[in-house]
Design a binder for this molecule. Structure first.
Ligand SMILES: Cc1ncc(COP(=O)(O)O)c(C=O)c1O
Length: 397
């Protein structure tokens, strides 16, 4: 018998046959939000020219305003992008590197973003300095010490995560940003796991660049993310797609705004619904977003504790380094050493038994990991079921 999801799961159209413990990879969007997006798509197709010329510009202003309220920043410092990968690429492809410059990046970084760093580094004769961070880890200070001692006078940019993908670590990004920016190192915060997962206050944070996905923890439709660029950096940053904005008369606005507001014809409805998304989730749960984030964090900590207990493994990081995803190191590493891009057979076996959850072997820090997630649709019973099935499957290895 599959365990029941939570009493909030009816808001989503998730397959009832699947125990969905991987909100972290691609998010999941409630039905009402999908319907709202379809309404916007209907308007777009009813009168395409009026939609793009009259309806869309004020809609995007409202979307940036709604995001800015949640992110505590000036809406004019935000650009709408499709995803965090694009946000990271936008900065890297615009950044003015000189030969011999260094980019700092921890080994826990998301591989797609690491690829983008390697690409620009090889084109610009820039050195990539990989900082190895242990996992299991004692606490956030370890991260701060290791990163800060790797800064040299040639370090111009550091890409750090808000929460790491393979290891699920909530990084001490506030302290790191402050320390790095103070040393003249521009911080690119990869907050793919950010808005809707943990409180972010971008004006106070002081990072040069932040990108965060709305389609993960905010539950917006896919293709919806935001890029923050601090005012003093805006004149150097251009969208990946150069379009009309580069020459359009400025009027009341900035070149940054013009360039990012139009990057060619596309379906922008995932951005148009953002004010609705923020309001809809907020109304689902008493206390709104702050309470949702608290609830999801408590749920994942509870799930992690019960799994560690039943599997007889220890928690690889303190609770303070957990947001709403948590990675465990699998006790039986029978299949460790599987190349990064190959599927782990354990993932498929868990899926056969109805559980959707990531299992992967990571090269550095080396280990075979399983990562749980918690959003409003998840229940404690789902983690109990996972523990039971996982023990059974690991015994077969
Ligand atoms: C840390 C991190 N960065 C970037 C991404 C990429 O997100 P997207 O595919 O939405 O661009 C992810 C996705 O899981 C991630 O975990």
């Amino acid at each position: 018998m599959r365990p029941e999801p939570s009493e909030f799961a009816f808001h989503w159209g998730l397959n009832p046959e699947t125990v969905f413990l991987n909100h972290g990879s691609f998010g999941a969007t409630p039905l009402a939000i999908i319907n709202e997006q379809r309404r916007w798509q209907d308007w777009m197709e009813l009168e395409p020219v009026r939609f793009f010329e009259e309806l869309l510009p004020p809609a995007l202003v409202e979307s940036r305003q709604a995001l800015a309220t949640m992110l505590s920043c000036d809406p004019d410092d935000l650009a709408l992008v499709e995803n965090a990968t694009s946000g990271v690429n936008t900065i890297l492809r615009s950044f003015d590197f000189k030969p011999g410059d260094e980019i700092l990046v921890p080994d826990h970084a998301y591989q797609a973003c690491r690829n983008a760093i390697d690409f620009v580094a090889s084109r610009n004769d820039v050195n990539v300095v990989t900082v190895n961070i242990p996992f299991p880890i004692e606490g956030p200070q370890v991260v701060i010490d290791l990163l800060m001692e790797s800064v040299t006078e040639r370090t111009v940019l550091a890409m750090i995560d808000s929460v790491t993908s393979p290891t699920g670590l909530r990084m001490p990004f506030e302290e790191l940003t402050q320390a790095l920016e103070e040393k003249g190192v521009a911080v690119l915060l990869d907050a793919a796991h950010g808005i809707g997962m943990l409180p972010l206050s971008l004006a106070d944070l002081g990072a040069s660049f932040v990108t965060t996905n709305a389609h993960k923890w905010l539950c917006a439709p896919k293709g919806s993310a935001v890029l923050y660029v601090r005012k003093d950096k805006q004149e150097h940053i251009h969208p990946l797609t150069i379009s009309h904005g580069m020459t359009f008369p400025l009027g009341e606005t900035t070149r940054f705004r013009h360039e990012f507001d139009w990057t060619g014809t596309r379906d922008p409805t995932a951005w148009c619904v953002l004010p609705f998304v923020i309001e809809h989730l907020s109304s689902m749960y008493e206390g709104g977003w702050p309470a949702i984030m608290e609830r999801n964090r408590s749920m994942v900590l509870e799930g992690r504790a019960l799994l560690c207990d039943k599997l007889g493994v220890s928690t690889p990081c303190p609770d303070s380094m957990i947001a709403t995803i948590a990675t465990l190191i699998l006790p039986n590493s029978g299949a460790a050493g599987i190349p990064l891009h190959d599927p782990d057979p354990l993932h498929s076996r868990l899926l056969e038994r109805g559980i959707q959850i990531p299992v992967w072997s990571w090269p550095s820090p080396e280990g075979r990991y399983i990562r749980i997630s918690a959003h409003l649709h998840n229940s404690r019973e789902q983690y109990e079921y996972l523990a039971e099935v996982l023990i059974d499957e690991l015994e077969k290895e």
